[in-house]
Design a protein around this ligand. Structure first.
Ligand SMILES: [Zn+2]
Length: 387
């Protein structure tokens, strides 16, 4: 084995993981606020229902509530974040900080989703919500650039599965298509609210040649994934982790894919996998047992995502640190996931290609070459005239 291949197989350091260019496709705006911002916005907006008013304690409360295994407590976390995101100023700030935090964490491209219909309590219109969030993302991109980071953020507009506004939200996404909104999504409880309830929205978007992802195959299994793909025509699967139920691994390690799993792999359907979130909702028992290990090995179009950074106390770098620990992933694996995600983004093909060739690959090449210079630094002092 050459020293280069030894280096290539080395686990990346935390610092390298953070600096590596990462791509995020599944992140909720109302799940990623800074705890201090929740406190500020609650105070400024007269929101009095927070369980804690000190930023650190509130951060812990969010993680514990999400970890509790109680759906009620988990949903309560979002009632607070959404509760303080009801004014234009609040939405601009949350979106700006979201872009700044992702950029600081080494994310170069992100699609961040939110449900406009949840931000109308204090009189904003759907249009005003979208304009405020877009303004925040643009501001965040600018401040990130001033701090030496480059990030591009697109918005996905989410409709809630239990509500009946999906067509209206799909039309909203289409109207703002070339102004910061890159696609559509539906979210909320899977059980009892199949995506087929929203067929009119999906059919509308298909007629408009627009893109959408669907939360499917998280808590609920294969039927949900099948409906999202074969009835609704989703471009990507939000989670999709239960596709594992259609994959048989025999004692000798041989693997057999069912028809649906084969379809997902053959058609390169992107899976927006969110390891930490899945551990909290019980979809996986540990990082080492998370299906992402097998799905990566089988070359599914797997991507790594954060879902709700506040509730899971996570970031893209944290997600990769867990995966490096659990599966021994290297910078090559990280690059594979990042290129997969970029290929699956909803922006135009030429822009995706430029991100891959001009940002992501050079970024990893730079990190992978660092060992060469470390070696020079550590040996140059011992050189003699004869060398
Ligand atoms: Zn989600």
């Amino acid at each position: 084995m050459t020293s280069q291949s030894i280096q290539a197989g080395t686990a990346p350091s935390s610092d390298q993981i953070r600096r590596a260019p990462k791509v995020l496709l599944h992140d909720h705006l109302d799940g990623g606020l800074r705890p201090g911002t929740v406190v500020d916005l609650a105070r400024d907006g007269g929101y009095s229902r927070l369980p804690e008013t000190e930023a650190d304690k509130l951060g812990v409360w969010f993680r514990e509530a999400a970890d509790s295994g109680s759906l009620e407590r988990y949903l309560e976390t979002f009632s607070h974040t959404v509760g303080v995101m009801q004014t234009r100023e609040a939405l601009v700030r949350v979106a700006r900080e979201c872009a700044e935090d992702l950029a600081e964490d080494g994310v170069v491209y992100a699609e961040v989703r939110y449900a406009p219909e949840q931000h109308l309590d204090e009189g904003l219109s759907l249009e005003e919500v979208v304009e405020a969030v877009n303004e925040g993302f643009r501001e965040g991109e600018r401040t990130a650039r001033l701090n030496g980071h480059r990030i591009r953020v697109g918005a996905l507009l989410t409709a809630m599965r239990h509500a009946a506004r999906s067509l209206e939200i799909a039309e909203l996404a289409n109207r703002h298509r070339d102004q910061g909104v890159v696609g559509f999504d539906i979210a909320g409880a899977e059980a009892g609210f199949p995506p087929t309830r929203h067929l009119d929205a999906f059919e509308y978007l298909k007629r408009e040649n627009n893109h959408f992802t669907i939360h499917a195959g998280e808590a609920f299994g294969l039927p949900s994934i099948w409906q999202a793909l074969q009835w609704c025509g989703a471009d990507r699967l939000g989670h999709g982790v239960r596709i594992i139920d259609d994959i048989e691994v025999a004692a000798d390690g041989s693997v057999k894919l069912g028809r649906l799993a084969s379809y997902v792999r053959d058609k390169r359907i992107p899976l927006e996998l969110c390891p930490s979130s899945n551990l909290q909702t019980g979809a996986a028992a540990s990082y080492a047992e998370h299906p992402i290990g097998l799905l990566r090995r089988l070359h599914f179009r797997a991507t790594v995502n954060t879902d709700n950074r506040l509730m899971s106390g996570t970031s893209m770098s944290r997600e990769f640190e867990h995966l490096v620990d659990a599966f021994g992933y290297t910078l090559d694996d990280m690059q594979w996931f990042s290129v997969n995600a970029m290929k699956s983004a909803f922006i135009p093909f030429d822009e995706r290609l430029a991100m891959i060739n001009d940002v992501i690959k050079p970024g990893y090449a730079e990190l992978k070459s660092e060992w060469l210079f470390q070696q020079t630094a550590s040996t140059s002092g011992s050189m003699t005239a004869e060398d």
